[in-house]
Write a protein that binds this ligand. Structure first.
Ligand SMILES: CC(C)(COP(=O)(O)OP(=O)(O)OC[C@H]1O[C@@H](n2cnc3c(N)ncnc32)[C@H](O)[C@@H]1OP(=O)(O)O)[C@@H](O)C(=O)NCCC(=O)NCCS
Length: 169
């Protein structure tokens, strides 16, 4: 059974293992595996601590003790921006296509709304069809392009910007 809950500092080791796995399984994330390999469990613990000391959070899907997916919601701090958040989502490849990301996204949106977030924005590689379908299905709208988003193996890859207005004021 898959359990969904907020990530805390005690999850640092498992969260790092998960991050290494998803970074190595696709070229869709901003970090590359060499950067993630350099991180220690303490680095990860500090990252989680920092996130949880702010309004931001990460929800993870656990299969037993193992993290199989996560959705990060990074909420802006400044007064004029704190209604906005940026999102990142990833699932271990062996679990793709089973609805894990869908459940993570639904739970993250509910939690973000509770924390006062009105708008979630994200940037995705334009060729990441799987992720884009997930966003569109959940009400995200394409609002712009982000040319030269990533540089991978000497090649620039364009991105697209999507947003979701959770609550219009
Ligand atoms: C994108 C990602 C998070 C989707 O995770 P997932 O758990 O496989 O997604 P789900 O099973 O919940 O599927 C949700 C939706 O994704 C889309 N999807 C699922 N399988 C798909 C496929 N084979 N082809 C295209 N879209 C697909 C669909 O919209 C699907 O809903 P539907 O099946 O009801 O139509 C996952 O593929 C991943 O971690 N990719 C690598 C990291 C990444 O790209 N993150 C996003 C960066 S912006």
């Amino acid at each position: 059974m898959v359990v969904f809950r907020l990530v805390d500092e005690n999850d640092a080791k498992e969260y790092l293992d998960f991050f290494k796995a998803v970074t190595s399984e696709s070229d869709n994330l901003a970090s590359n595996i060499a950067e993630v390999e350099k991180l220690s469990v303490d680095d990860e613990r500090s990252f989680i601590k920092g996130m949880n000391e702010s309004a931001s959070f990460s929800i993870a899907a656990f299969d037993g003790d193992r993290i199989i997916g996560s959705c990060d919601i990074r909420i802006a701090v400044r007064e004029r921006l704190k209604h906005r958040a940026e999102m990142g989502i990833a699932v271990r490849k062996e679990y793709w296509g089973k609805g894990v990301a869908q459940s993570l996204l639904e739970k993250a949106i509910v939690e973000a709304a509770k924390r006062g977030v009105l708008k979630i924005q994200l940037t995705v590689r334009e060729d990441n069809i799987r992720a884009k379908r997930l966003y569109i299905k959940n009400g995200f709208k394409l609002v712009g392009s982000d040319r030269m988003l990533f540089l991978i193996d000497g090649k620039y890859i364009d991105g697209e910007i999507y947003d979701l207005i959770i609550k219009q004021i």
